[in-house]
Design a protein around this ligand. Structure first.
Ligand code: ZN
Ligand code: ZN
Length: 170
């Protein structure tokens, strides 16, 4: 149990990826992982899953992709992929527990991080960032609440949009 920190909402830094490797696709063979979850390792599924691995490698706390983004990027690996195949495969990967799903506002996003976590959504660029709120449930438990699940969404401006925004948007 981590010690309480003065600021309970901490953006998960990208370097924490290594400690979360079990829940992210980077360091496991896709084929192995798919088979371990009862899915055949088809070229389509591997192309789709590798899009998430690439995104997680680029920014571990920010690998949340819409179906359309997955389609556009997976097509670069496998040009014959159809939109319907990508949408179906995404559903299968969520069902198998290999991807998380975050509902809108905006397009639903598929999440490479399947460990329990919360999100910060930028209201300008709509990007999602993983957030750890480790102490909220502890605080509630101390007050006698039985927390069974939690889905916390924080909203505002990401650092990039905050820097770009004219003063009236901030
Ligand atoms: Zn933003
Ligand atoms: Zn996430």
């Amino acid at each position: 149990m981590p010690l309480p920190s003065p600021c309970p909402a901490t953006l998960i830094p990208a370097y924490s990826m290594a400690t979360r490797s079990a829940s992210t696709p980077t360091d496991l063979s896709f084929a192995q992982l798919l088979r371990a979850h009862g899915l055949r390792a088809t070229a389509q599924r591997r192309a789709i899953y590798s899009v998430f691995a690439d995104a997680a490698r680029a920014d571990a706390a920010n690998a949340h992709l819409s179906a359309e983004e997955v389609f556009q990027q997976a097509r670069l690996h496998l040009p014959e992929l159809s939109r319907a195949t990508v949408y179906n495969a995404l559903g299968e990967l969520v069902e198998a527990g290999l991807l998380g799903l975050v509902e809108g506002p905006g397009p639903r996003r598929f999440d490479a991080n399947v460990a329990p976590h919360h999100h910060f959504r930028c209201r300008h660029c709509h990007e999602l960032h993983d957030v750890e709120l480790a102490h909220v449930d502890v605080t509630l438990r101390e007050r006698g609440f039985h927390v069974e699940s939690s889905h916390v969404l924080l909203e505002g401006l990401c650092p990039r949009c905050a820097a770009d925004a004219p003063a009236d948007l901030r």
